[in-house]
Design a protein around this ligand. Structure first.
Ligand SMILES: [Fe+2]
Length: 168
C-alpha cells in the first residue's frame, strides 16, 4: 500500500473508506427493508436509502475532481459494526425489540459516517478544496439529520413499545 505522506493523501484515504462504507451501508439498509414494523422507521430508512445513493454519486464526483481512483476494498470498520449489530438484530425474537435493535445498528453506522465526514470536510477546507468541502458538508448534514430523526423515532415510538412488547 502507498505511503500516506500529505494531508491530501490522508483525505483521499479516508474518502475511500467512506465510499466503501456508504456502499456497505446501502446494502445493509436495503437488506433491512420490510423487516421492521414501525412505519416511522420504514419511512426514515427508505428516505435514507435514496440519500445514500446520492452520497455515493457525490463521492464518485469528488474522486473524479481529485483525479484519483475510488478503489473497491471493503471498510473493515463498517463491516465490523454491521456484523456485530446484525447479530443482535437477528437474535431479537420480539418484533418491537427488533425495531429498537435495528435503530441501534443504523445509528452506529451513522455515527461512524458522521465522524468520517466531519474529518474529511475539515481536511478539504484546510486544503482550500472549496467545492469538495461544500459537497462533504452537504453529505455530513444529511447524515446528521437522519441520525436526529432516528433518535426522535426511538424516543417517541420504538423504545416505549420495546419496553412492553406485545406478546402473541
Ligand atoms: Fe451516508
Amino acid at each position: 500500500m502507498k505511503d500516506i505522506s500529505t494531508l491530501k493523501d490522508l483525505l483521499i484515504e479516508q474518502l475511500r473508506e467512506l465510499y466503501n462504507a456508504e456502499k456497505q451501508q446501502y446494502d445493509t439498509l436495503v437488506g433491512l427493508s420490510n423487516t421492521y414494523i414501525s412505519s416511522y422507521l420504514d419511512q426514515a430508512i427508505k428516505k435514507h436509502i435514496g440519500e445514500t445513493e446520492v452520497h455515493i454519486n457525490e463521492l464518485e464526483r469528488i474522486f473524479h475532481e481529485l483525479d484519483v481512483p475510488s478503489f473497491g476494498e471493503q471498510s473493515q470498520a463498517m463491516l465490523g459494526l454491521i456484523s456485530e449489530y446484525n447479530d443482535i438484530v437477528e437474535r431479537s425474537t420480539d418484533q418491537e425489540i427488533r425495531d429498537a435493535a435495528i435503530i441501534a445498528l443504523v445509528q452506529y453506522m451513522e455515527h461512524f459516517e458522521i465522524a468520517g465526514y466531519g474529518t474529511v470536510h475539515a481536511y478539504a477546507e484546510e486544503l482550500g478544496l472549496d467545492d469538495i468541502a461544500a459537497k462533504l458538508l452537504f453529505i455530513l448534514k444529511e447524515e446528521k439529520r437522519f441520525d436526529e430523526r432516528l433518535t426522535q423515532i426511538a424516543l417517541m415510538h420504538i423504545n416505549k413499545k420495546a419496553k412492553s412488547p406485545i406478546i402473541f
